[in-house]
Design a protein around this ligand. Structure first.
Ligand code: CMC
Length: 426
């Protein structure tokens, strides 16, 4: 409680509403009591609604702050590793060296997928979108790991969490290999998490694949930057599916489906498509003109965010990583030049400034992924892989505390009750 109380006056009655304070962020008005007085609240898109209480991630969109369990994203991205961030999100604290080794060993003991799972891939067309394949395969995990599906059993929940974090790189790389018609690569547990992923992506059984440490580090950083983002659309979807007591693999598959959309995780792919369509720096002004024309329907992909209204702290680290990767590989990417020109113009233009539209995490991630050699259709798969610990941490947090099935209400504006008209009388 905050010591404050809100009062809602309606139809000559006053409803007292409790107000809660979190450790950070705005106070929250508890509106549950309006139901007993015969009202619902209305907030499409959850613009001003806290759907749950959480201790995992904090975002201050005006200040451009993102904290995981209290630690700033910039520090985690530059000083931590993805596996350590996974541990932090799931357990709430940074691990001791012994705890970290134990966690890493547990992940390594689950990196392979059931041999039968490859037949699921073979059921898809080779040109299927990798997100369609990933969604299906992750959902299918629940058909393989019956021994960890009891959501009321904390040990089962933990094993499922480890399995998902361990198997996502294998599943993602298999999506790529299948689309290329190449043999699947088994994981190699002597490699670090991100290096192992790159080897499964780009290695083949005929020759050794040497992982470039700069690229492995960049990959790790991309995973860290995507690891969690509080109650975004896909995480809320995972929570919503989880509130029905669905198993964790089904819940994560639901999150993957929600992430796929171009307004969410699909934006990284959309940014590169957009840069491809613009084509050259001299066409940027014309493109910006189209974005500003409301009748045109064109959006500047990789710009804007529901929460960040100043800058996205992930975008800053991403841009820095982009420079490092392109320098290390000696690449001069004309699309980077195009992106920088676009950013430069947009940051000065009143349309974007007045609407507080800034580059988000996806604006530069596609350019790095492309430099690493990852095809565009796999970008959102990479996002899903990175976001997995966040989804699981939120699912775990919900299941281990009292919760209710998520069941929103509505403002009904359809027909009044009427009688069915037989077909021959219409
Ligand atoms: N390009 C042009 N105009 C935009 C853009 C954009 N990218 N984003 C928002 N606007 C305009 C929008 O048309 C509206 O203008 P007006 O007030 O004149 O009607 C105003 O800005 C407010 O936009 P909104 O749609 O109400 O904002 P929202 O909070 O509902 O949407 C968003 C946030 C991320 C869906 C949106 O900014 C967007 O579609 N951006 C492009 C897609 C993108 O990059 N998504 C990745 C988000 S970060 C990764 C993730 O977390 O998933």
């Amino acid at each position: 409680m905050s010591g404050k109380q809100a009062k809602l006056s309606i139809d000559q009655q006053t409803i007292d509403l409790p107000v809660y304070s979190g450790t950070l962020g705005p106070d929250v008005i508890d509106v549950k009591d309006v139901l007993a007085k015969g009202y619902f609240t209305f907030d499409p898109g959850f613009m001003a609604t806290a759907s749950c209480e959480s201790k995992i991630t904090y975002i201050d969109g005006d200040q451009g702050i993102l904290l995981h369990r209290g630690y700033p994203i910039e520090q985690l991205a530059t000083q931590s590793t993805y596996e350590e961030v996974c541990y932090l999100l799931l357990n709430g604290e940074l691990p001791s060296p012994v705890q970290m080794q134990d966690f890493r060993d547990r992940i390594k003991s689950h990196t392979m997928v059931h041999e039968q799972l490859q037949f699921f891939y073979r059921g898809f067309r080779r040109d299927a979108h990798p997100m369609a394949v990933m969604c299906g395969v992750v959902g299918a995990l629940s058909a393989f790991y019956h021994d960890s599906l009891d959501i009321r059993n904390p040990e089962h929940r933990q094993v499922s969490a480890i399995r998902l974090i361990a198997k996502m790189p294998t599943i993602a790389a298999m999506c790529y290999k299948y689309s290329e018609g190449q043999p699947f690569m088994y994981p190699r547990n002597d490699l670090d998490y991100s290096a192992n992923f790159l080897r499964m992506m780009f290695g083949n059984p005929c020759e050794d694949y040497e992982v470039n440490p700069v690229l492995a580090r960049a990959m790790d950083r991309i995973f860290i930057l995507h690891a969690d983002h509080e109650q975004n659309a896909s995480t809320s979807t995972v929570r919503m599916a989880g509130s029905t007591e669905a198993n964790p693999f089904a819940c994560i598959a639901a999150g993957i489906a929600a992430l796929w959309g171009p307004s969410h995780g699909g934006a990284n792919e959309a940014v590169l498509r957009m840069l491809g369509e613009i084509g050259s720096v001299d066409k940027v002004d014309d493109f910006v003109r189209r974005v500003k024309d409301k009748n045109d329907g064109t959006k500047l992909m990789g710009f804007g965010h529901r929460v960040y209204k100043n800058f996205d702290p992930r975008a800053k680290v991403m841009k820095q990583t982009c420079d490092e990767v392109l320098n290390a590989l000696g690449i001069q990417d004309p699309q980077l030049e195009l992106a920088m020109k676009l950013e430069d113009i947009a940051l000065k233009d009143d349309y974007f400034v007045s609407r507080k539209l800034y580059p988000n995490v996806d604006f530069y991630s596609g350019i790095i992924l492309k430099a690493i050699g990852i095809p565009m259709s796999l970008f959102t798969v990479i996002f899903a892989l990175g976001r997995t610990p966040g989804w699981i941490a939120h699912w775990q947090e919900m299941i281990s505390n009292p919760y209710k099935i998520a069941r929103p209400r509505q403002l009904y504006t359809g027909s009044l009750q009427r009688n069915y008209v037989p077909a021959n009388q219409r």
